[in-house]
Write a protein that binds this ligand. Structure first.
Ligand SMILES: Nc1ncnc2c1ncn2[C@@H]1O[C@H](COP(=O)(O)OP(=O)(O)O)[C@@H](O)[C@H]1O
Ligand SMILES: [Mg+2]
Length: 500
């Protein structure tokens, strides 16, 4: 097939071959092969449709993301097509990230090349030759600087000056919103109509891919970035784990323990009574607590009781809980509360590591008959402050507060939420009190008085305390704590609220 003189010709390295993509003037196409030179010609219009709406199944569009070895013709047209495809996949890959990081998407940073790598990572499973082509490009440093230059101009074209190669997704929200709207409009207008037309008008580029390259590509091991594009992301205060390595291996590397571990086997110790968190220990050093987000109903007996009552409901999904915990850990840290620092987060395998807080949680202090009165006063103060900041914890089980001898730290924020109603605040107060009776049943009235005093002294909401004294908040505990003790606590709660 003869190829006419093109508007633009772009030559790419494709394995040992050179692929020349020609943009032709009209709705024509051509395909030619001379030894290791392959020529594929299509109209700018058709490529445009593949770029915007996958009219050719995105078989041609990915090539526009490669660094050409040679350009003949209108260079700015190539740049324009690059930007249009880049912005489209930026919008679409953002949606994919949102499924993984949920509300933490606003705390996520991505390399500007992330959308490209993520897109090719998916396309390569169908179009296997892309594995070879992009892996080879990604091994070449020149490709990165070229890409960054291209992306920089795309952003500038959109009125967005971007110098850093790692950008907070938050800073792109406006751009993404605009683009999302625009892409939708285009696609609903012409999608199906043009798809049919384009498919008829053009041969597939697959015909141009040499058979030997196809065969080689099937068993070809792609570049690590293509195997896990999340390597190109991080959270504002933690690393995102890659699925290419064991979670603990990454944690050892991040905490600088890899060397120690060669000499001493790390130990993991179940933290507290609960199964989902373990403390890591190597040669007496405790770098982290690792938490696995399991199915909640498997071990949280109390959840079943709560679900059957008109009480604030728990978040059940494993990934949602992991994300929620990170989100509130960061939020509370920014608001000045004492919380552990996140280290490594794995929303796909549902594991996260936080720094170890050296202290005792309140459930242990209760069992040891420690200074409960003053600690419950402090706890009341923290709850009041959280409620004023519009946050409630839901799970105020005393084991979720760790006292390091000076401060109370908040852990286990997987159920934290916006304190919308008085009921959420009341629930925090009630659970902190009644749950504590599981560890120690002495002086229930005194404990309630201390917590309420702390709560009210710190500007807490009196209605929330009165609400907490309702029977329904006590009900989940009735099967495990003697009713007379519960009732003593409930009365003290009510009297302290009315009396203070
Ligand atoms: N960062 C931490 N430092 C020290 N101990 C912790 C830390 N995080 C959790 N723990 C301990 O592990 C226990 C279980 O962790 P938690 O996050 O509460 O998980 P669960 O959802 O199973 O309750 C806590 O009650 C606390 O005693
Ligand atoms: Mg807990």
């Amino acid at each position: 097939m003869e190829c006419p003189k093109p508007l633009l010709s772009l030559r790419y390295r494709v394995g040992k071959y050179v692929l020349e993509i020609m943009l032709l003037e009209s709705e024509r196409y051509c395909l030619a092969r001379r030894g290791e030179e392959i020529v594929f010609g299509t109209s700018a219009e058709t490529l445009n449709r593949d770029i915007h709406e996958s009219a050719l199944g995105e078989t041609v569009a990915p090539f526009i993301l490669l660094k050409p070895v040679n350009v003949v013709g209108d260079r700015s047209l190539a740049e324009k097509l690059f930007c249009e495809y880049y912005l489209r996949i930026l919008v679409e890959e953002y949606e994919g990230l949102r499924k993984i990081f949920q509300r933490n998407i606003e705390r996520l940073l991505i390399s500007t090349i992330y959308p490209i790598v993520a897109r090719i990572s998916r396309l390569q499973t169908t179009y296997t030759w892309l594995k070879i082509v992009f892996s080879e490009h990604l091994r070449d440093n020149g490709y990165y600087s070229w890409l960054h230059g291209m992306i920089y101009s795309c952003f500038r074209e959109e009125g967005f000056e971007q110098f850093s190669r790692l950008i907070p997704l938050r800073s792109l929200m406006h751009l993404l919103q605009d683009k999302k709207g625009a892409e939708k409009k285009i696609s609903t207008r012409i999608a199906t109509m043009t798809r049919i037309a384009a498919e008829l008008a053009s041969p597939s580029i697959i015909q141009a891919i040499p058979g030997s390259l196809l065969i080689e590509s099937i068993s070809y091991k792609p570049h690590p970035l293509l195997r896990d594009p999340l390597l190109l992301t991080r959270l504002d205060a933690a690393r995102v784990a890659t699925k290419l390595l064991d979670f603990y291996e990454q944690l050892y590397a991040l905490t600088g323990l890899s060397k120690l571990i060669k000499k001493n086997k790390p130990m993991t110790k179940r933290a507290g009574l609960v199964r989902s968190a373990v403390t890591l220990e190597v040669s007496g050093i405790r770098p982290a607590v690792v938490k696995r987000y399991r199915d909640i109903t498997a071990f949280k007996w109390i959840v079943a009781a709560i679900l059957s009552l008109p009480l604030p409901r728990p978040i059940l999904g494993t990934r949602a809980r992991l994300n929620n915990e990170y989100y509130y850990n960061r939020l509370l840290s920014e608001l000045g509360y004492n919380v552990p620092r996140p280290i490594l987060v794995d929303p796909r395998r549902r594991i996260a590591a936080y720094t170890y807080i050296d202290g005792k949680d309140l459930s242990i202090i209760l069992q040891e008959d420690g200074d409960i009165k003053s600690l419950f006063y402090s706890l009341g103060g923290i709850l009041a402050s959280l409620h004023r900041d519009g946050v409630s914890l839901w799970d105020t089980n005393p084991s979720n507060f760790i006292y390091d001898g000076k401060n109370l730290y908040l852990v286990d924020l997987e159920q934290a939420r916006e304190a919308r109603t008085v009921s959420e605040k009341a629930f925090d107060i009630a659970v902190a009190l009644y749950y504590s009776l599981l560890y120690n049943t002495k002086n229930p009235a005194e404990r309630a008085e201390s917590l309420v005093k702390g709560y009210m002294d710190a500007g807490g909401n009196r209605d929330a305390v009165i609400e907490a004294a309702k029977y329904k908040y006590m009900a989940p505990f009735m099967t495990s704590i003697p009713p007379n003790i519960l009732e003593k606590m409930r009365k003290a709660l009510l009297h302290s609220a009315l009396g203070s």
